[in-house]
Design a protein around this ligand. Structure first.
Ligand SMILES: [Zn+2]
Length: 252
């Protein structure tokens, strides 16, 4: 009996490892689940339908935003996986959960419905600015590129405000998003009952991410820290927020 159990445990483990391996191969090779790929500059876009050329303009805009990051690497090549009929985005959703998009390793995977003409991605009635969404996810790829797999989330225990706040900080560079005082004001005016914060173009960001972004903006723009310094700094989220609000209260 004991021998039988051992045999079956071994068989189940082997099957599990095989399935996990197969899954990994599919995740790392989007071409297996897409009909087409188009190479544009440093990007390989995976798509099922005919590619809307205005996406390429958005990729250029997102690249410009990334240049504000100390982690920017002009040689980094990224895969952009569109949600236009392939099973790939669904697979990523099953593995990682529902989101507007995911950025990990060297991949950006769109999940919502993209509307290239008005430059947004829609999910559950909410819209995220497409250029800024691409830049947000690409920033995660820059984090992976610079810090390495083991020192990136979710493996490394980096607080969410540092991981997501930085992606928001790099991607939100519109004229009405650059002033920290105005950003904090917008946060206060919106009220805690709202899940989202709305921008001038009617797109949103989750309130939680917006809050993280102001903390990073405070550390970088006001305290003049580098992102590397923020990552190694041990000041807690609560203390940084207190410092930021006391700075805010002294502003005109
Ligand atoms: Zn993110």
């Amino acid at each position: 009996m004991k021998r039988q159990i051992k045999k079956w445990t071994l068989r189940l483990t082997a099957t599990g490892l095989l399935l996990a391996g197969l899954l990994l191969i599919i995740v790392l090779n989007p071409i297996l689940t897409y009909a087409n790929k188009t190479t544009y500059k440093n990007y390989t876009v995976f798509h099922n339908k005919i590619l809307d050329p205005s996406l390429l303009t958005k990729l250029d805009q997102a690249t410009e935003l990334l240049k504000a990051s100390e982690f920017y690497n002009p040689k980094l090549r990224l895969d952009i996986c569109l949600n236009d009929g392939s099973k790939y985005p669904t697979l990523i959703r099953v593995l990682r959960g529902q989101a507007f998009a995911w950025g990990f390793y060297d991949k950006v995977v769109l999940q919502g419905t993209a509307n290239y003409k008005v430059n947004n991605v829609e999910l559950n009635g909410y819209k995220w600015n497409l250029t800024q969404l691409l830049a947000h996810e690409m920033t995660h790829c820059l984090q992976f590129d610079k810090l390495g797999f083991w020192k990136s989330k979710p493996i490394a225990n980096i607080p969410n405000w540092k991981w997501e706040g930085y992606a928001e900080y790099i991607s939100r560079q519109n004229a009405d998003q650059k002033d920290l005082s105005k950003n904090i004001e917008r946060l206060i005016v919106t009220g805690k009952e709202n899940w989202e914060i709305k921008f001038a173009d009617n797109s949103i960001t989750p309130r939680e991410y917006y809050d993280y972004w102001t903390l990073i903006q405070y550390c970088m723009d006001i305290k003049k820290m580098t992102y590397k310094q923020i990552l190694t700094d041990t000041t807690s989220e609560q203390i940084v927020r207190q410092e930021m609000m006391s700075w805010f209260s002294k502003q005109e």
